[in-house]
Design a protein around this ligand. Structure first.
Ligand code: SF4
Ligand code: SF4
Length: 676
């Protein structure tokens, strides 16, 4: 027999906004007579001690579900499930964040009360549909595979070995696509370590599995073999094209590549000479070319040389870059920013440079140099594209791995346990690579502990009988969390890899997939409650992405921006979860209109979830238009977490301009009567 539902509504009384402005008007009395609901009050349900406090409450009173009415900032402390007893399953926690964006900025107390009550009811309806959580232990491999053959790869391997992680160093990709050489002492230390296995001259053919359990197929001259690792760090370099000396306006003997320049300075061959380092000759050079040029020029100046840097964009970034720039200037390195390309001439065997600084364009600076230094052209290598395809991760517009998605930068990816550092994402400065290696290490210490990994089971429920093995979900999952189960002709969801974005459930044509903690039934029940008439009109339902629109709404509340009373937010893990069925259900239940609020293009945690949602909304608008319903009732908007004003404006616009009434009450001259 299924355990009895007993929902605890926990109201926070320590917050004067809640107790003085929201509750006196009777949220608690409103819940009187609800058989399965019991109200508890405490000063705080959202502090660091809250999980233990709630756990005890669940144990003592037999709560099966919990709704917290408090500041949404408390969500940082309280997990999605509470371990109510020392046994499975865990108690699901749902939020009614009445404190911030949802109601407290509302000036009209009747509207404030109505909205507060409605939000608590919605949370209760939603939690009724939430399933308790079961945790499983997944065996995890602690060995980390590092792919690359450059200083970033060795820095990563060294950091991992120091922290006790065994390492497989897969020497794949270009070894020279970088402006910096490799520290041979570091190479020696890493390759001679007892916990490292070096796999030389291989390319990676296939990557399967998930965090804690990756299986890599590699190809070497000897044939194919398999490697197992708990995580994969990609540190492959870009490809450096040979310098075309014949294209340069100087005698070949005078020309050095940036890397040769550094090596010649270290060997003492350029002491006392003058050099011109010409950056941004063919478009803008990589940021790390500027950094390498500055470090070499600084060393050159310290050795009595006279280096001058010519560039179009400031060749520094970050705090360490600024310090380097300041040191170089103090040591006497000349820097000239140009708009018009410099001219070079040979006279009496000497190379002369003529260039104007952007600050004084009318003045031409002329000086003689012994050497012309030019960075070789660097482009993403073939291995970038190949690895992106194997890992099913996107490339950026230039073709480097890991686009500038704020959810995953600087080192993470949409695939748990897969990281990108160094030249694979347009960065090869050793200092930066060292910091990136530390960032990867910090994450791995958290996600790859010694022993098994504990993960919620059935993040997505698969109905094997309904699955047509069409692979749509496999292709749509941005996190590599679905794989075909060939023996059973269906799909397996890999719980350790799944982010519960819900995209797979939204795209499955057979409805064979169901989001584990936000099932369609739960959404339907929430909509049934939310879409009822409130203060004499029908509300607008806004499905808000938890990564972007929800924090924007929180920020709007903190900033004191009033959000319209009749727009009710329902938070979703990703806008990509909101499928046509959900949008139409909201309209059918009585909503005046529907908003879907997702991340901006390129910043979705689930890569294409937000874009997918935008396209879907377009389709729904078209379909509604075809049956005579104003498509303006359904809208999609991109909102970033730091755009509270934009969010407030979009919601106010929807509240003011969406057609009034419910579609069931709409009469349209274009609507044809249904044929009998
Ligand atoms: S999309 Fe649905 S039907 Fe197609 S493979 Fe996935 S679960 Fe099966
Ligand atoms: S919920 Fe998202 S991450 Fe999980 S399997 Fe479905 S698409 Fe992949």
């Amino acid at each position: 027999m299924a355990p009895k539902t007993r929902i605890g509504v926990l109201i926070e009384t320590g917050d004067p906004v809640i107790t003085e402005r929201l509750l006196p008007e009777g949220v608690e009395t409103h819940l009187d007579g609800w058989d399965d609901v019991v109200v508890f009050r405490a000063t705080s349900w959202t502090s660091v001690d809250a999980p233990a406090q709630i756990e005890e409450l669940c144990r003592e009173t037999g709560l099966s579900h919990v709704v917290i009415c408090g500041p949404s900032t408390g969500a940082d402390f309280v997990p999605e499930w509470i371990e109510a007893e020392d046994r499975q399953p865990w108690v699901p926690v749902t939020w009614a964040p009445i404190r911030e964006h949802y109601s407290w900025t509302e000036k009209d107390s009747e509207a404030r009360t109505a909205k507060t009550r409605r939000l608590v009811e919605m949370a209760v309806a939603r939690t009724r549909g939430a399933l308790p959580c079961t945790l499983t232990n997944v065996a995890a491999e602690r060995r980390v595979a590092v792919a690359g053959n450059n200083h970033a790869a060795f820095q990563m391997a060294s950091a991992l070995l120091d922290a006790g992680f065994p390492v497989i160093l897969i020497q794949t990709g270009a070894a020279d696509g970088c402006f910096y050489g490799i520290d041979q002492e570091l190479v020696e230390r890493v390759t001679s370590h007892a916990k490292v296995r070096v796999v030389p001259e291989v390319s990676i053919d296939q990557v399967e599995g998930h965090l804690g359990h990756f299986r890599l197929r590699v190809r070497s001259p000897e044939g194919r073999s398999f490697l197992r690792a708990g995580a994969l760090v990609v540190a492959v370099d870009a490809e450096m094209r040979p310098l075309r000396v014949d294209e340069l306006p100087a005698a070949p003997a005078c020309v050095l590549s940036l890397r040769q320049y550094g090596e010649a300075i270290a060997a003492g061959e350029l002491d006392g000479t003058a050099a011109c380092v010409w950056l941004d000759r063919n478009g803008l050079d990589r940021r790390c070319a500027g950094q390498a040029a500055l470090s070499s020029a600084l060393e050159h100046a310290r050795r009595g040389g006279r280096p001058t840097l010519l560039f179009r964009q400031i060749p520094v970034y970050g705090h360490s870059g600024q310090l380097l720039y300041d040191d170089a200037r103090a040591a006497g390195v000349g820097v000239i920013r140009y708009d018009t390309a410099p001219r070079f001439s040979q006279a009496n065997g000497a190379l002369r440079v003529a260039v104007s600084d952007t600050v004084l364009p009318e003045e031409v600076l002329e000086f003689a140099v012994d050497r012309l230094v030019v960075p070789a052209l660097v482009r993403p290598s073939d291995s970038h594209a190949r690895l992106a395809a194997l890992l099913r991760q996107p490339l950026d517009v230039q073709g480097y791995l890991q686009p500038g998605n704020v959810r995953h930068r600087p080192v993470g990816s949409a695939r748990r346990g897969v990281y990108f550092i160094g030249g694979c994402h347009d960065q090869c400065d050793p200092d930066e690579a060292g910091l990136e290696a530390q960032a990867v290490l910090a994450d791995l210490m958290a996600v790859l502990p010694e022993g098994p990994i504990r993960v919620p089971a059935e993040k997505v429920a698969v109905d094997k009988d309904k699955c047509a093995a069409c692979l749509t979900c496999y292709r749509a999952c941005p996190h590599g969390a679905i794989q075909p189960n060939e023996s059973q002709h269906c799909m397996d969801v890999l719980d350790p890899a799944c982010w519960q974005c819900g995209i797979c459930a939204a795209v499955c044509p057979s409805r064979a997939l169901e989001h584990g903690s936000l099932r369609f039934d739960a959404v339907h029940e929430t909509l049934r409650v939310a879409a009822r008439e409130m203060l004499g009109s029908r509300p607008i339902i806004a499905f808000a992405c938890r990564q972007s629109a929800v924090p924007a709404a929180d920020a709007a509340g903190h900033t004191g921006l009033a959000l319209p009373t009749d727009v009710l937010l329902i938070d979703v893990p990703c806008a990509g979860l909101v499928d046509e069925r959900i949008v139409l259900d909201a309209l059918e239940q009585g909503a005046r209109g529907v908003l879907v609020l997702g991340c901006h293009h390129g910043n979705c945690r689930s890569l294409w979830g937000s874009d997918l949602s935008g396209k879907r909304v377009q389709k729904v608008r078209g379909a509604l238009g075809a049956i005579g319903v104003d498509g303006e009732r359904v809208r999609f908007h991109n909102v970033a977490a730091n755009e509270p004003h934009r969010l407030a404006h979009l919601l106010a616009d929807a509240a003011a301009n969406m057609p009034a009434g419910w579609i069931g009450e709409q009469t349209s001259p274009e609507m044809e009567p249904c044929p009998a």
